[in-house]
Structure formats: structure tokens, C-alpha cells
Ligand binder design. Structure first.
Ligand code: NAD
Length: 256
């Protein structure tokens, strides 16, 4: 099984450093011959993402802060000019204020609620809206979610509510875009130590619980998520849309 993605142009949003889930996804996609376009959030991460992107021959890099419509418009225009056709879009972006990821959900502020939903859920819709017209040969869109969308998990708080909105968005987008040959899915990953995870209080105890309770008795590796994302971007998954696939060592099936 190799070169499943030769000739495919795929947009990867959400690389911040070499621990990012989006980076592991990029490696799995590149290994199958995909041409990758990366974006970075701001100048603070630009240099780091540029260095990583340079290790993948043929890839390109553009700025895009997903809270700014003009930046997404510009990205879509650039993709049209540079590539013409897009085959895939990987969305691996989330944000919530640190103070919202601690204590009680009931204390969530109006601002914090709006910001978490804007960046972590609406951004999928905002980008999909602008890139699906470029998927003229059919396409695959995927996003990253977490079990906190379905269960009230300690300290995940407003991010869980935003992930629920994200998962519902996956279903609505899938229903809309199927007629254009565009599939939309999510991967629900087990906890992985990344920059985003640093914001979640007591993350170590969450990892320990997974090691103890997950059927596979270990935590999730980014490469496992990367390979599932590759499957979702490839024709191997051509019959699947509107789904959330768990890559969590089976943790979600276990009664606590
Ligand atoms: P990460 O910090 O490496 O990635 C988060 C990315 O979001 C960063 O690249 C950051 O630049 C980007 N981002 C935030 N605000 C942005 C904005 N306004 N515009 C553009 N980009 C912005 O952490 P990660 O763990 O790789 O997270 C990737 C995705 O995976 C997130 O959706 C996260 O919720 C999800 N996820 C993570 C875990 C985990 O345990 N790490 C588990 C399940 C799901």
C-alpha cells in the first residue's frame, strides 16, 4: 500500500510545532505522495512551521488566522491560483482561554464561550465554505475532535461544548457537500501531549486513566491519528461521510 495520494493537493491547517497532530497527519499524507499546503496562525509560529514544511519537498506555506474572514478569503484565492484544484482539507485547530479549562463549566464567560466556538468550531465551516468550490474532482474534509464532545469531562468544559458543535457541523457539512462529491468526517483522538493539551489542567491524570482503562492499555500516538487521517483523505474511505472515527485505543467503549 503506497502512493495512495499521488496527484492530490491537500490543505493542512493547525501545525504549530513537531508535536502537533496536524504535523503527524502531514507526514502520513506526504508518505503517500500528497502535495501539501500548510498554513500558520501568526508570525509567532511562522519560523517553526516554515522549518517543518521545508522538510516536505514540494510543500508550500501561507498565513491564515481563522478568526479573520479576509485571511481565509486570501488563502482560498491563493489556493485557486497556485493549485487550481484542491482534493483535501485537514482542520486541526482549537483554542479556549486557559481560565475556561479549569474549574466549573458553569463559570464560562460569554467571551470565552464565543471565542472557543469561533476558533474551534466555526472555523471548520468558514474554511470549508471557501474551499469546497475548489474540490472539482471530489474531495475530503476532516477535523479533530475529542470525547469531551459527548461526555462531561473534568476541566474540558467549554471546549467540550465547542467540540459538540464541531461534530454537529461535520454532519451538516457532510449533508450539504455530498452532492458535490465532497466528504466530511472527524477523528476523535485519545489525549496526546501537545501544545493545546498543555492548557488543560491535570492532563497527566487523564493520560494515566487512559493507560489503565483503554482496551489497548496505552495512550494514543500522533502517528496513529496521522494514518487514519490519510485513510480519510484517500479513496479507501470513499463510502464514509458525516462520521466521527475514534482513534483512542478503544477508551470510548469502556464503562467507567
Ligand atoms: P496544537 O497546539 O499543536 O494545535 C492547535 C493548532 O490550532 C495550532 O497549530 C494553533 O496555531 C492553531 N490555532 C489556534 N487558534 C488559531 C487561529 N485563530 N487561527 C489559526 N490557527 C489557530 O495541538 P493539537 O493537540 O495538535 O490540536 C489539534 C487539534 O486536535 C485540536 O482541534 C484539538 O482540540 C484536537 N485534539 C487534540 C487532542 C489532544 O489530546 N492533544 C485530542 C483530541 C483532539
Amino acid at each position: 500500500m503506497n502512493q495512495l495520494l499521488t496527484g492530490k493537493n491537500i490543505l493542512v491547517m493547525g501545525v504549530a510545532n513537531d508535536r502537533s497532530i496536524a504535523w503527524a497527519i502531514a507526514q502520513s499524507l506526504a508518505a503517500q505522495g500528497a502535495k501539501l499546503v500548510f498554513t500558520f496562525e501568526n508570525e509567532r509560529v511562522e519560523e517553526r512551521v516554515r522549518k517543518l514544511a521545508e522538510t516536505i519537498p514540494g510543500s508550500t506555506l501561507f498565513p491564515c488566522n481563522v478568526t479573520v474572514d479576509e485571511e481565509i478569503d486570501k488563502l482560498a484565492e491563493t489556493l485557486k491560483l497556485e493549485l487550481g484544484v484542491l482534493h483535501g482539507f485537514v482542520h486541526s485547530i482549537a483554542f479556549a482561554k486557559t481560565e475556561e479549562l479549569d474549574g466549573l463549566f458553569v463559570d464560562t464567560s460569554r467571551d470565552g464561550f464565543a471565542l472557543a466556538h469561533d476558533i474551534s468550531a466555526y472555523s471548520l465551516v468558514a474554511v470549508a465554505k471557501r474551499v469546497y468550490p475548489l474540490m472539482t474532482e471530489g474531495g475530503s474534509i476532516m477535523t479533530m475532535t475529542y470525547l469531551g464532545a459527548e461526555r462531561a469531562m473534568k476541566n474540558y468544559n467549554v471546549m467540550g461544548v465547542a467540540k459538540a458543535a464541531l461534530e454537529a457541523s461535520v454532519r451538516y457539512l457532510a449533508a450539504d457537500l455530498g452532492q458535490y462529491g465532497v466528504r466530511v468526517n472527524g477523528i476523535s483522538a485519545g489525549p496526546i501531549r501537545t501544545l493545546a493539551a498543555k492548557g488543560i489542567k491535570d492532563f497527566n491524570s487523564i493520560l494515566r486513566q487512559v493507560e489503565e482503562k483503554a482496551p489497548l492499555r496505552r495512550t494514543t500516538e500522533t502517528a496513529e491519528v496521522g494514518d487514519t487521517a490519510m485513510f480519510l483523505m484517500s479513496h479507501l474511505s470513499r463510502g464514509i461521510t458525516g462520521e466521527v472515527i475514534y482513534v483512542d485505543g478503544g477508551y470510548n467503549i469502556v464503562g467507567i
